[in-house]
Design a protein around this ligand. Structure first.
Ligand code: FMN
Length: 305
């Protein structure tokens, strides 16, 4: 039996449901020598800001039990340089490109999206709402600000707008609904979890900023739960993200309600894992005689309420 992996996400046709996760795959074209990029469902770029950012001081990455702790600090060349070169190279790959955008205030998000939107090769915008605002508070923790940013960006964007939420909130459904009511076209659930690790030889934190975000296998059950909870209350499609290392993990997110998944830490371990995950999903569906991946989206909710 030939299983169909293609899905539609907010009007974007994807040949399979596997995307790169923002920040774990460079701008998106650099790994062309290592994997066939045109086999991916799509590419989410690292987060782009209005002005270039150098990111945080080293050390910015530390290995932890079943995961990775990072504090990259949104290092990037800024949107104007991004549209000059990386975007041109991304265009040649032939898969949908989702550009991740962040800012410290609403006007920065809007200005950045104005420069990107309508450019050839930008299929959608993913708003990274897990970064700090001017008062150093995580944007996602302020419902009014989340709504203001989404409404502002939707006003200027010619392509679908996806909001990527932080999982560390009191009620993910409340924020997901606020995002949906503000006109968002899709949600990514979710980003890293705030975390910390300490070197017991030096008595110092393992990251320059002390705290960072943890990703990888250790966060998977918590991220699956975010997708499951949100799927029951919202209508917009979900990109499931957090700890997907194998096809089995991806299927779990799809059963919980994700239309598409994005893979981060696993591709840092080996970029080949992205392709293995696509074939892993296909193998599981074929073994279970399922015609299309679309048939199992959110099925756990449907069977057990
Ligand atoms: C080194 C590193 C850099 C990241 N940079 C970004 C980023 O620029 N923007 C963003 O939205 N998420 C960023 N993330 C979070 C990932 O996109 C993803 O949401 C998170 O790692 C959970 O997925 P995973 O467990 O598959 O890695 C980064 C993660 C890592 C490990």
């Amino acid at each position: 039996m030939k299983t169909n992996l293609n899905v539609n996400f907010s009007g974007i046709e994807l040949k399979n449901p596997v995307l790169t996760a923002s920040g774990t795959f460079g701008y998106g074209y650099e790994l062309a020598d290592l994997i066939p990029l045109n086999e991916l469902g799509g590419i989410v770029t690292k987060t782009i800001t209005l002005r270039p950012r150098e990111g945080n001081l080293q050390p910015r990455i530390a290995e932890v039990e079943s995961g990775i702790l990072n504090t990259i600090g949104l290092q990037n060349i800024g949107v104007r340089a991004f549209v000059e070169e990386p975007l041109e190279k991304l265009n040649r790959i032939g898969v949908p490109i989702i550009v991740s955008v962040a800012g410290s205030k609403t006007s920065e998000y809007i200005e950045t999206v104005k420069i990107l939107s309508g450019r050839r090769g930008v299929s959608a915008i993913e708003l990274n709402l897990s970064c700090p605002n001017l008062k150093k508070k995580i944007i996602c923790h302020d419902l009014c600000l989340v709504s203001e940013i989404i409404r502002g960006v939707k006003n200027v964007s010619k392509v679908p707008v996806i909001a990527k939420l932080s999982p560390l909130v009191t009620d993910i459904v409340e924020i997901a609904l606020a995002a949906q009511n503000s006109g968002v076209d899709g949600l990514t659930l979710s980003n890293t979890y705030p975390a910390m690790a300490i070197n017991i030889e030096t008595f110092k934190p393992k990251l320059s900023t002390f705290r960072g975000g943890v990703s990888g296998s250790c966060i998977k059950p918590m991220s699956v739960r975010c997708v499951y909870d949100a799927y029951q209350s919202i209508k917009v499609p979900i990109i499931g993200c957090g700890g997907i290392m194998t096809g089995e993990d991806a299927i779990e997110f799809i059963l919980a309600g994700a239309t598409v998944v994005s893979v981060g830490s696993s591709s840092l371990v080996s970029p080949q894992n992205l392709i293995k995950i696509i074939y892993g999903i296909k193998g599981i569906l074929e073994r279970k005689n399922i015609n299309s991946v679309k048939d199992i989206i959110g099925i756990v909710n449907k069977s057990f309420g």
